[in-house]
Design a protein around this ligand. Sequence first.
Ligand code: UGA
Length: 445
Amino acid sequence: TARHPQRLTVVGLGYLGATHAICMAKLGHRVVGVDVDPDKVAALRSGVLPFHEPGLQEHLDEMLATGRIAFTADLARAADFADTHFVCVGTPQKDGTNAADLGFVEAAVDALASRIERRALIVGKSTVPVGTARRLAERVAAQSRPGADIEVAWNPEFLREGFAVEDTLCPDRLVFGVDSDWALDRLIDVFDPVLGAGTPVIVSDLATAELVKVAANAFLATKISFINAVAEVCEATGADVGQLADALGRDPRIGSRFLKPGLGFGGGCLPKDIRAFAHRAEELGVGRAVAFLHEMDEINQRRRERMVDVVREFAGGDLAGTRVAALGAAFKPDSDDVRDAPALEVARMLSMEGAEVRVYDPAAAENAHRTYPDLDYAASLDEATRGADVVALLTEWPEFVDADPAELARNVRQRRVVDGRRVLDAERYVNAGWEYRALGQAESL
Ligand code: UGA
């Protein structure tokens, strides 16, 4: 735990903020989490997480019991509580554009700046277009109250959903974008136990810290789209992209992680971040430099269309009246997040073409239903596959990977499976009488 426990606030209790707040308390700090949504605050206060994240519940229970964490909707109280304020609000894609919507970030910073009356540090963690932190610092200076001396720092977050606790407490690296030694010292005090465990730290200016985050997500998205572009070539030539990715990934310079071909990337981060990055570069007059990101986005979207094409081919060229079991809705397994989820998008596209789609997801059904209420949702794998003409594996939940093809075979009308994530044991399916197809492979097995 921290040698010098601090008082911290965390503004924005979404995925990032709630995780950060709970983990900071775990490090020994006293934390007040703030959100404008009173329901979210009430839920967290009573120990209920507003989203699904393995391991976080236990920490929340423990921190509530220690009294080191509190939640409030009253920002005035929070501003007074601490000298270091983390801003963790969302930066969604702005409607109808590729730009990031900074409305929540600006509102959070304004709300703090208009209440703080002493020396304080506002630390941005949200993913923002480069140049935002500098602009926020000026904005803060323009509205500071007498007696206030507020600095802005940037500390980007690299956590993955599903591994949020681990990624926060044992990150690969910490990046501190700061304007002064004072700000740096504050961040060192906050992250002291993490740094003490040997985590490398990169101390930079504000712009570099903002860009590291955006560049990291752009690189990851590019890696996935690269292998999916090769998958398209494989489909046209009869080569197998699975073996190819395996062979490529064994070169340590390339590495096998994030080189899994399939339905492509989704979620609340990668898709919107590459768009916002390209948009910001265009604003800065260097759009050409990252123009390839548009291509990465298109390759990614084409995977979804390809999945629909394969299911349609399997159905004999026409989807009307075909019963499709859509396995998965979340953008990845162990998550209930359906933002920009390839799985749900494929289910929607199939249904638009007249297929009778039944979606099943072990955790994301409720969120999926809220997003696309017109789709038909099943309560179990058994129910989803009953009478199906085609089974489409869209999110690689262990429940689907481990399912017994012989048992599933008894449930369906026709034994045809399309493996959108390349995770099923093709041989077992074929032995159980299935026609098996995977994305990135030309023919049926
Ligand atoms: C991503 C980054 O991995 C985090 O480092 C980052 O902090 C986070 O965004 C963020 O900006 O907040 P996350 O959105 O939780 O994290 O999800 P990932 O595990 O990165 O998966 C993204 C998508 O890529 C998923 O849809 C997944 O199915 C897909 N994917 C991943 C592939 O299609 N192939 C792969 O090889 C890997």
